[in-house]
Write a protein that binds this ligand. Structure first.
Ligand SMILES: *Cc1c(COP(=O)(O)O)cnc(C)c1O
Length: 361
């Protein structure tokens, strides 16, 4: 008998369920389950990937200087205060590993992104769940959920899977109100989808207790390459860099992300097309008797009358080759999260929901 056991907390982690990509026996499937950009990345990013093939025998650079510089220029930030990770998931992980351990608490909302809980548990800390107010981040609930043990407070704005967001004044009130030993992490995975929103960059710039995380997986269409970044106070970024693997990002990922962030004309096009199809989709769903909150991201959270109806609709959509996301694990069992695809995917999914609802009557 060995006495081999994993660290405390590890066995409390439920395996992350990714968005489905296949349905047995159904062809011409459209995947609307992982909030991916239906148009893919900028052509400039694809060209950078092709060129990088000639240098694959070389180790990547370890300081990510060129990518950080590009991000800094585009967003008007200080490159020294940027850290790049294997998706923003890795930045979330660094934050938990560096700042939260056994006896510490990590606060997130009941409908918050699943990685907060996983990363908190992985570092031995205790996740603390606070309620939303009608699927909208509730700053008072967050403040009430904080204690002298709180080390990290995670808020995604816009939030996944609700699609809702709160204003900067509320975010500022949260940053101001959390205890002195806590860091507010502003997860801006969908910030690029909000016209004129800086993701909290200015607030992060001005404060010493806020870290912003961003990703290339959503609007930039590079989920397959795994690149994200964080921005925060110099002291915190320097701490995170101590545990970052020196070669955490591949040379291919680095050049693709740099080309993507420099192609803001392409980003603008994707943002505009998403906004157009998002309002079309939510209106079409509403006409079929399926309401959703006003989304600010690249998905809508479609609400059904019951858990049974949501499940039945999901099964019907799958039979039609349409894969959306069940969000029971986000405590929204009567809803389905539908990524805003291209126009034909949006039409297909709205039509299928309409057929399903007609069959219910
Ligand atoms: C998709 C997503 C992320 C991170 O994705 P990466 O691919 O790891 O960058 C982070 N937060 C939220 C809320 C997301 O939806």
């Amino acid at each position: 008998m060995t006495q081999i056991t994993p660290q405390p907390g590890i066995m409390d982690i439920a395996l992350y369920q990714g968005g489905k990509a296949h349905v047995d026996g159904v062809s011409n499937v459209v995947k609307l389950s992982s909030n991916e950009n239906p148009f893919g990345p900028s052509p400039a990013a694809m060209e950078a990937v092709r060129r990088s093939a000639h240098e694959l025998h070389r180790y990547p650079n370890t300081d990510h200087a060129s990518l950080r510089q590009a991000i800094a220029e585009v967003h008007g930030l200080d490159a020294n205060r940027i850290i790049c990770g294997v998706g923003s998931d890795e930045i979330i992980h660094f934050l938990c590993q560096c700042y939260a351990g056994p006896g510490d608490e990590v606060v997130h909302s009941v409908h918050g992104f699943g990685m907060y809980r996983i990363s908190a548990l992985a570092s031995g800390a205790t996740p603390v769940e606070v309620p939303d107010s009608e699927r909208v981040t509730d700053v008072d609930a967050f403040l009430a959920g904080c204690s002298e043990r709180t080390k990290l407070v995670f808020v995604a704005n816009p939030n996944n899977p609700t699609g809702t967001m709160i204003g900067m004044a509320e975010i500022e009130r949260l940053a101001e109100g959390i205890p002195p030993q806590a860091i507010l992490v502003l997860d801006g995975a969908y910030a690029e989808y909000v016209e004129g929103y800086d993701g909290g960059a200015a607030l992060t710039q001005a404060r010493d207790n806020v870290v912003m995380t961003r990703t290339f997986s959503k609007l930039y269409g590079l989920g397959g390459l795994r690149v994200g970044w964080g921005y925060g106070p110099q002291e915190i970024i320097d701490v995170l860099n101590r545990i970052r693997g020196p070669f955490n990002l591949s040379s291919t990922a680095l050049v693709a992300a740099e080309a993507a962030v420099r192609d803001q004309a392409y980003a603008d096009k994707c943002r505009a097309e998403n906004a157009r199809m998002r309002s079309w989709l939510s209106e079409a769903l509403a006409e079929h008797g399926v309401p959703s909150d006003t989304s600010t991201a690249n998905f809508v959270l479609a609400r059904f009358g019951s858990v049974e109806e949501a499940e039945a609709c999901d099964i019907y959509l799958q039979s039609q080759g349409l894969i959306v996301r069940r969000v029971g694990s986000y405590k929204l069992p009567n809803a389905l999260r539908i990524t805003v695809g291209d126009e034909s995917s949006c039409r297909r999914v709205a039509h299928a929901v309409g057929q399903f609802k007609a069959g219910q009557r």
